[in-house]
Design a protein around this ligand. Structure first.
Ligand code: CP
Length: 313
């Protein structure tokens, strides 16, 4: 499937909207942009609007830094200070942002379907900054970039995704991105977070972290998404930590090239120990840094300003 494009906007709702070639093109552009000199001030007439109805640190801030680096103005509308609280719909809010001149809408929403709906109704380019449990495509692209930086290619690499997979939009987007780039993906967690079901073809499932770790080249560790769990976890936190926390002992069973990723926010002492989070194998802050050029590359497309990196100054 190609990215959904209308007269004025390029949209990214989920990784499946991109071909492998388009993914590679975005990753390559991000590498160029990573080294481009930043704009000294907002010098273009383009405007980006950020509309987040769920909390965010990394995604929101890195989209803002990406705008600054591109020389593009942005406005931010946190849902808790908006007229969404008075009953205005997300679509009507998006139309207000467009009427104010926004050429790209960066949207995080707790519903899976709202962001896809905006694509059909808005002329501005829509970038999904995390929707429901289904998709967080810019996160998956930055995760892929970090792995590609380290390994050169994901082809044939074994990448684990550990933890609360069932509630994770990052997991779904990572599965799509990593497999598209030729990696073998293993989902790891207790059956409460990894029920039998509809996992994509070719993706392995393991409930035994200790058995699978020596096979892996890297692992993406997920926090427990308590805000999406209704009626309790179904297992004790102590049991979870004992069987699934990535800690120093488990890291010692991995190869010397083994990498640790975490999309954040981390719950230290639960899914990851301090020793692992802050250790040599960790690429967690590299993930944060990679978010800026990836989001610059996405904003360029959404705004239709794909330029040579020498023009960003
Ligand atoms: N990885 C991620 O989406 O983090 P934030 O919720 O802080 O944006």
């Amino acid at each position: 499937m190609s990215p959904m494009t209308d007269a004025t906007g390029w949209n990214l709702v989920e990784i499946a909207d991109l071909s492998r070639e388009e993914m590679v093109s975005i990753l390559d552009r991000a590498v160029e942009l990573r080294h481009a000199p930043p704009a000294v001030s907002a010098s273009s007439s383009h405007l980006v609007a950020l509309l987040f109805s769920e909390p965010s640190t990394r995604t929101s801030l890195s989209f803002q830094v990406a705008c600054q680096r591109l020389g593009v103005s942005f406005i931010e509308l946190p849902a808790e200070r908006s007229s969404l609280l008075k009953g205005e719909t997300v679509l009507d809010t998006a139309r207000v942002l467009e009427a104010l001149g926004a050429g790209a809408l960066v949207v995080r929403d707790r519903s899976d379907d709202v962001i896809r709906g905006l694509v059909h109704e808005c002329g501005a380019g829509v970038l999904n900054a995390g929707g429901g449990t289904r998709a967080h495509p810019s996160q998956a692209l930055l995760d892929t970039l970090v792995l590609r930086d380290e390994f050169g290619s994901l082809e044939g690499r074994s990448i684990g995704i550990l933890g609360d997979v069932v509630h994770s939009r990052v997991a779904r987007s990572d599965i799509a991105a990593f497999t598209a780039m030729g990696a073998k993906v293993v989902l790891i967690g207790p059956k409460e977070f990894l029920p039998d079901g509809d996992w994509p073809e070719g993706v392995r499932v393991s409930h035994d972290l200790d058995a699978i770790l020596p096979e892996l080249d890297a692992i993406q560790i997920l926090r427990i998404q308590h805000e999406r769990i209704e009626g309790g976890m179904g297992l004790s936190l102590d049991d979870y930590v004992s069987s699934y926390q990535m800690n120093g002992t488990r890291l010692a069973s991995c190869g010397s090239h083994f990498l640790v990723l975490h999309p954040g926010p981390m719950n230290r002492g639960v899914e990851i120990s301090d020793e692992v989070a802050d250790g040599k194998a960790s690429r967690i802050l590299q993930q944060v840094a990679a978010g800026v050029p990836i989001r610059m590359a996405l904003l360029e497309r959404a705004l239709g300003i794909h330029r040579g990196s020498e023009e960003i100054h």
